[in-house]
Design a protein around this ligand. Structure first.
Ligand SMILES: [Zn+2]
Length: 206
């Protein structure tokens, strides 16, 4: 069972699509994968606010095909990781990238419903009209993730998609700090480790 600290660490991405990448990580204790089993994946969906408990209960009814779709999600996670590694080096590479068509393909395979919902900012109008992707079964899990990836591509400032600077850290985040100087997944984990290493190095100098 993963610790609370690991749960916190998984959600440092400031973008759901990057949290998705971080659902497999290499903390001090070795690799932790939050998508090892179908139940893991569904728990991750709830923790990430990508699905409600009720929706997950519906998906659980079809455990037979959950395994197959889960494998697809895991494969897509690595495809998307390669893409993010590329664009974090050079954001201009997003133009014409195969990942755009790949995501559009996934999104084209799901049903959207239009709903009246309470408005986020109720000062002007009480309701807003929102599209929601339906979660009818395990086949609709990947499109929900792909929607967050599409959001990153279309709405985030890709110049600030960063990999934690610690050499052995796999975590990605969107640097939304004002100064855009964020370097670590978390100060408690990699930041302090780097500080301690720098201190040890400075002590070694004659
Ligand atoms: Zn890190």
């Amino acid at each position: 069972m993963q610790s609370d600290r690991q749960i916190q660490l998984m959600f440092i991405g400031e973008a759901k699509s990057l949290d998705f990448l971080n659902s497999i990580m290499r903390p001090e204790t070795g690799v932790v994968d939050w998508m090892e089993t179908g139940t893991d994946v569904l728990r991750w969906f709830v923790l990430s606010d990508l699905a409600t408990e009720d929706e997950v209960a519906l998906v659980m009814r079809d455990t037979a095909s959950l395994g197959r779709y889960m494998q697809e999600i895991r494969e897509f996670r690595e495809e998307f990781r390669s893409f993010v590694a590329e664009i974090s080096e050079d954001p201009s590479r997003v133009a014409g990238h195969g990942m755009v068509a790949r995501i559009n393909g996934i999104l084209g395979n799901t049903a959207q419903v239009l709903q009246i919902e309470s408005a986020m900012d109720a000062t002007n109008r009480p309701y807003q009209l929102t599209y929601h992707s339906q979660l009818r079964g395990p086949e609709d899990l990947l499109p929900r993730i792909a929607a967050t990836c599409a959001q990153l591509i279309c709405e985030a400032d890709l110049r600030f998609v960063k990999n934690c600077e610690a050499e052995d850290c796999s975590l990605y985040f969107l640097d939304v700090s004002k100064s855009h100087r964020r370097r670590w997944c978390s100060m408690e984990v990699c930041g302090n480790r780097a500080k301690a290493a720098a201190y040890r190095k400075s002590k070694q100098r004659p």
